[in-house]
Write a protein that binds this ligand. Structure first.
Ligand code: GDP
Length: 592
């Protein structure tokens, strides 16, 4: 078949011209050593070679066109680290559908897009088109599947990640063309980045007269998401959920990004995955939507989910049709669990119910131990400790401020702080109170939250307390800087040692109501200091250690008392003191 090529053509245009899928073309290009994505231009020679390879006869263009400049390397797709497979397992790996989450600001059209996408496939495959919301669905695009998580927004995404589940392979960031980047758009970007998930931007509401996609692209560029057609790496697809324009392109793009990410799983592995949704049905008991990540789940299998388990009595697909087996990236509604699991819980297939009970018992024990002990997130202090152990190189911060104008100066000042190899990384910044989603992000990204002239939502406070997230509130910029500086130097802090400054001997013990014990003492060497730590020694043995709470000469408060003089000394927490006890004064000093 004859085909006439222009001097330069995009992958999509060439695919259309040949009436082949862009994916086929991209594969062919890969074979020819050219990494290109769907919106990228390829030059005449390359286009001609692959077209010939695909069985076309290329005819010279009728009009001479200038040759385009050298083609840029295709953008590497940022994907989260994949699971490690053994050499044995690698043989069984199969391509799996991408799992896509839709993120974006409220009212930018996430739900509308999900509906349009769902309906586009349902109409073709299903009579009646009844679709129940189960938390996920799949669509067929040119014989290939895409799995969509249909709870849009980063709250669900973050909640899953906070529970340690990373299911999403690609994030679609919806930005309304008439409204541009908004606070939740930024949050969504921060979440997708923290999860190392590639972002495809859907510029929605293109049907509106006020649509200004260039403005959106400019805003995205400012956030480091430079559109492909502006020389960057971010694919932006103009769409309209209302007119359905561009939806097919969006779906094609998702397939291509998936292709580049080379998503694989082993259908023969032990079945495992994540709970997308759970609910209690009065008649049928606990019902959960599971998303398979590895292996194949079958009716009759026993699974452990979080701290519950069960034997799968029945399984359904997203249309409600019975399902005998579910493989990787497939959402499956299952019945038979003892209790309703929570979204984000992970599940694993086990040999039998006895084994399931054992595992659940272990998990409950672990959970109890964990809730009694340390929490999962890091506080500033823990970050110092980890930095000392060489485990972290940067202090991750989430910055919330009352007005946009405060964000920039704070960020700039903090970024200027330089302490050896340690740096400040802004995971996210935004205007408004510290919200639950900020805390979730802090958990996921091991970040500390800094609030400037803002409050903390009650739900955020609760979550922060439960997860041990550090939220620090300030009203004065230099205090923020001071603290972060301290944090960073704290991260570098060498060991402290307590250095002896002086000694005093207790001559008389006074017990004063509401004040406690006061040691009438004489300083015998060095000096007694108000800012010191006191160690009370009796016959050479340490009997108490505490901060000096008061130091007096007669009735007067003093900072120091020199050797030879008498004084009254109070020590925090002291409740046992005798004459002739020795009080040693120490200061904490950095050694090395
Ligand atoms: P969400 O909050 O992001 O889930 O947004 P919705 O999907 O609920 O959409 C918010 C509003 O925008 C609704 O009134 C939709 O009808 C409207 N909307 C969504 N997509 C489009 C679009 O492509 N064009 C126009 N004109 N309106 C849209």
């Amino acid at each position: 078949m004859d085909i006439e090529l222009p001097a330069a053509i995009t992958v999509r245009e060439l695919a259309d011209l040949m009436r082949r899928s862009p994916i086929e073309l991209i594969k062919e290009l890969m074979n020819a050593g050219v990494m290109a994505n769907i919106n990228q231009q390829i030059d005449y020679d390359t286009a001609a070679i692959v077209a010939e390879e695909m069985g076309f006869h290329v005819v010279e263009p009728t009009v001479e066109e200038p040759v385009v400049e050298e083609q840029a390397e295709a953008a590497p797709v940022a994907t989260r680290p994949r699971r490690e497979y053994s050499a044995e397992e690698v043989k069984f790996l199969r391509t799996r559908p991408p799992v896509v989450t839709i993120l974006g600001h409220v009212d930018h059209g996430k739900t509308s897009l999900l509906d349009v996408i769902r309906r586009s496939s349902v109409q073709a495959s299903e009579v009646g088109g009844i679709t129940q919301h189960i938390g996920a669905y799949q669509v067929d695009v040119k014989g290939q599947r895409i799995t969509f998580l249909d709870t849009p927004g980063h709250e669900a995404f973050a909640a899953m990640r906070a529970r340690g589940a990373s299911v999403t392979d690609i994030a679609v960031l919806v930005v309304a063309a008439d409204d541009g980047v908004q606070p939740q758009t930024r949050e969504a970007i921060a979440h997708a980045r923290a999860a190392q998930v590639p972002i495809v931007v859907a510029i929605n509401k293109m049907d509106l007269a006020a649509a200004n996609p260039d403005h959106v692209k400019q805003q995205l560029s400012d956030l480091g998401l430079v559109p492909e057609d502006w020389g960057g790496e971010t694919i932006c697809v103009p769409v309209s959920a209302r007119t359905k324009a561009g939806i097919d392109v969006l779906l094609d793009t998702l397939l291509i990004v998936a292709e580049m990410a080379d998503l694989k799983a082993n259908p023969r592995a032990t079945a495992e995955g994540v709970v997308v949704e759970g609910r209690l049905d009065r008649a049928r008991g606990a019902i959960a939507t599971l998303l398979l990540q590895e292996g194949t789940l079958e009716v009759g299998d026993t699974i452990v989910v979080g701290t519950t388990y069960g034997r799968i009595r029945a399984m359904f697909d997203y249309t409600g049709a019975p399902l005998a087996k579910a493989g990787p990236s497939t959402p499956a509604v299952v019945m038979g669990l003892r209790e309703v699991p929570a979204a984000g819980d992970t599940f694993t297939e086990v040999a039998n119910e006895r084994r399931a009970r054992e595992i659940v018992a272990e998990r409950i024990e672990e959970q109890q131990a964990k809730s009694a002990g340390a929490t999962s997130a890091l506080t500033l202090d823990e970050i110092f400790a980890q930095a000392q152990a060489g485990k972290v190189q940067s202090l991750n911060l989430i910055l919330k401020a009352d007005v946009q104008g405060s964000l920039e100066p704070i960020r700039q000042s903090l970024e200027q702080i330089e302490v050896k190899d340690l740096s400040v990384t802004f995971v996210h910044e935004g205007v408004g109170n510290v919200a639950e989603s900020d805390v979730q992000l802090a958990v996921a990204a091991n970040a500390v939250i800094i609030g400037f002239s803002v409050g903390v939502d009650a739900s955020a406070e609760r979550l922060a307390a439960a997860e041990g997230v550090d939220i620090r509130l300030y009203d004065i910029i230099y205090r923020v800087i001071e603290d972060v500086e301290k944090a960073l130097t704290g991260m570098l802090e060498p060991e402290y040692a307590e250095v002896l400054q002086g000694r005093a001997v207790v001559r008389q013990v006074y017990r004063i109501s509401r004040v406690g014990i006061i040691a009438g003492s004489q300083v015998t060497e060095g000096r007694a200091s108000r800012s010191a730590i006191a160690r009370i020694m009796r016959n050479g043995e340490l009997i108490h250690r505490g901060r000096v709470s008061s130091l007096k000469r007669f009735t007067e408060d003093v900072r120091e008392v020199a050797a030879g003089l008498e004084c009254g000394i109070g020590v925090d927490g002291l409740n046992d003191l005798q004459e002739d006890d020795v009080i040693e004064f120490y200061t904490r000093e950095i050694v090395g």
